[in-house]
Design a protein. Structure first.
Length: 256
């Protein structure tokens, strides 16, 4: 597994640059959206995201040490575009698709952008965030609107845990040290906050993909990576999990 990045980087780049096969979930997602939007737009969006997280195909580049590819088919972005289906947007989308087809550039409609509280994400992990949401749900249990707000978010984060486990199971179905490495990290992250540098990086990558591509609110900043990740780096070294050279290689796979 070690000292392989330079040999692997081109195949990893090619893998992630290739278009995913056509997503078959679109019709079902739009049915879900139509069903729930009659009562709550936010519930409709949450249920649609959950369906994708639990059913969209996931894949891992054969030479990578991280998992991050969900075949979401840009469904949620199209969902948002349909909500704003004025003619100018349709015209812009067609123009962008023409440039994408010629590999000139890739672009999406921007429905907003955020900078997550990465320190909180890394400190609590997915399960910790669920616990926090459950605490506030109980605290506001007398307000039906608040309860619905927290219920939707709890359901989405539970679906994120399931998605992590689907990646882990895919990795476990393959041979090799890299696949074992990915599976162990994702099984850990499904239930716990990250404890190693690689786990912290894996959580950041998948959080970015889910927030940007499924929630359609683009993450504009990964935060102060040196400040956020140094404690994990220091812990890995002090506890003898990895050498400096191995941590440098993990970082290369993260930043390529």
């Amino acid at each position: 597994m070690w000292n392989t990045f330079e040999k692997s980087k081109n195949s990893i780049k090619e893998y992630y640059c290739n278009k995913l096969p056509n997503c078959t979930l679109c019709e079902r997602v739009f049915e879900t959206e139509e069903e729930y939007s009659k009562t709550s737009t936010s519930r409709a969006k949450a249920e649609s995201i959950i369906y994708i997280l639990e059913n969209a195909a996931v894949s891992i580049a054969p030479d990578d040490i991280f998992a991050l590819k969900i075949n979401h088919g840009e469904i949620m972005r199209r969902f948002m575009e349909n909500k704003l289906s004025q003619k100018p947007l349709i015209s812009i989308r067609k123009g962008v698709e023409a440039f994408e087809y010629s590999n000139t550039f890739k672009a999406n409609m921007d429905f907003g952008h955020v900078a997550p509280d990465w320190q909180n994400v890394l400190k609590k992990g997915v399960s910790g965030i669920i616990s926090e949401l459950e605490f506030y749900r109980q605290k506001h249990s007398n307000n039906c609107e608040d309860v619905s707000y927290y219920d939707e978010r709890i359901m989405v984060y539970i679906a994120i845990k399931k998605c992590f486990m689907r990646f882990a199971e895919l990795a476990e179905s393959r041979q090799g040290e890299k696949s074992k490495f990915i599976a162990q990290n994702l099984r850990h992250l499904a239930e716990n906050p990250p404890t190693t540098l690689a786990q912290a990086m894996q959580l950041i990558l998948l959080f970015y993909v889910i927030q940007t591509d499924l929630d359609t609110v683009t993450i504009r900043s990964l935060g102060g990576l040196d400040r956020m990740l140094y404690p994990f780096y220091k812990s890995d070294l002090s506890k003898g999990r990895y050498t400096k050279e191995q941590l440098a290689e993990i970082t290369k796979y993260f930043l390529w």
